[in-house]
Design a protein. Sequence first.
Length: 102
Amino acid sequence: MHLVQILLPLNDNDGHTLPKDLYETVARELTERFGGVTAYTRSPADGRWREEGRDTSSDEVVVFEVMLKTIDETWWSRYRAALETSFRQKQVVVRAQTIRVL
């Protein structure tokens, strides 16, 4: 079993708040494709990073996750690229980990 997590920012790269309907669309798409989704939207996480030679950047993010038996990496790569366009991001983090359901 795998857990796929998508970290989505609350603001675009220019600092503008993104519309709520973008997140509703993601929730609907993941539910339709995988049968369900969990979204952690009430307390955004604070992400910080620093690229070499630059100041520290930060983002508030929400997390969407789905559990899958198998991962179609081609589909996820395309979906990540679509999210980057929709959310006006240079990069959206989509990560997967193997899990064991107890």
